[in-house]
Unconditional design. Structure first.
Length: 280
């Protein structure tokens, strides 16, 4: 079956997408819960702000899909769970796929499924688990016409900053992005590079598949809007931001500001007008 039908729901008519990630509770870290303690309210606010998609786990996706009406963001379903985000790591690390991921996705009317491809220093076993997860998931996605988003994540050593943090080294990101493509990704969700001006090289590695840029940790409004604008100018087809939206003082306003950058080619200065109105 073709993935084109669900991709048409995930991406706007201009071929771009803003996916708000709200699947952080899946990973069992208290620090990830800031701003998403009350998930029904979070989903309500986001639906009203009208991003293209919302990324959720199997346990929280019904909050979105039970909302009546034809117009609401598409569902991106998280299919894997990992235990590697804590400052103090457990004795054994893992990245595991949920059981029957495509059955869950179809029952929940998802437009896309997403899985991680971790590259952690000194932890090749976790990378191997991710590869196994993806190899099991890809044939199911092909069978049911479900787009597969792969999230190639290169991390610094856990002791570098007290917890696995993003490594923006382009020479590490590019081969992992290409590996995700070789494994069958329909969409890439990748971190920004340390030198944002070089991101076009990451997009080239994706061999024509759309690249959505991951947001990472919370930063200032000015920084996130400028970074998003610069990435979109280099050919990114959208963004997947979580904490920079759900931990914002005005989640709806920052969503609309970022939607303007992604879909309307608004400059950071123009996009800031949405936030000035919210703060008035």
């Amino acid at each position: 079956m073709s993935v084109a039908y669900r991709l048409a729901r995930l991406f706007a008519p201009d071929g771009k997408c803003f996916d708000v990630a709200v699947d952080h509770g899946f990973f069992g870290e208290k620090g990830f819960l800031s701003g998403i303690e009350n998930m029904p309210d979070v989903i309500r606010v986001l639906v009203e702000a009208d991003p293209d998609a919302i990324q959720l786990s199997i346990g929280q996706a019904p909050l979105l899909q039970a909302i009546p009406g034809k117009r609401k963001p598409a569902l991106v379903l998280r299919t894997d769970i990992a235990n590697l985000y804590g400052t103090t790591l457990p004795r054994t690390l893992y990245s595991r796929m949920i059981h029957e991921p495509l059955e869950h996705a179809i029952r929940l009317d998802a437009a896309c499924v997403v899985a991680n491809l971790f590259m952690l220093p000194g932890q090749p076993e976790v990378w191997e688990q991710c590869v196994q997860n993806i190899m099991a998931l890809k044939p199911l996605c092909e069978r049911y016409g479900m787009p597969l988003m792969i999230e190639p994540l290169v991390m610094q050593a856990n002791n570098a900053k007290g917890g696995y943090m993003v490594d923006g080294d382009i020479d590490k990101i590019m081969p992992l992005v290409r590996q995700a493509i070789e494994l069958g990704a329909d969409i890439i969700k990748a971190d920004p590079t340390d030198d944002v001006s070089q991101y076009h090289r990451v997009i080239e590695m994706a061999a024509g598949k759309p690249v959505l840029v991951r947001g990472g940790g919370k930063v200032s409004d000015e920084e996130i809007l400028k970074r998003t604008y610069d990435l979109m100018q280099q050919g990114a087809m959208g963004i997947v931001y979580g904490r920079n939206v759900i931990q914002h003082e005005h989640p709806a306003a920052i969503t609309r500001a970022l939607m303007a950058v992604v879909h309307d080619n608004a400059t950071p200065e123009q996009a800031m007008s949405y936030l000035r109105g919210a703060n008035a």
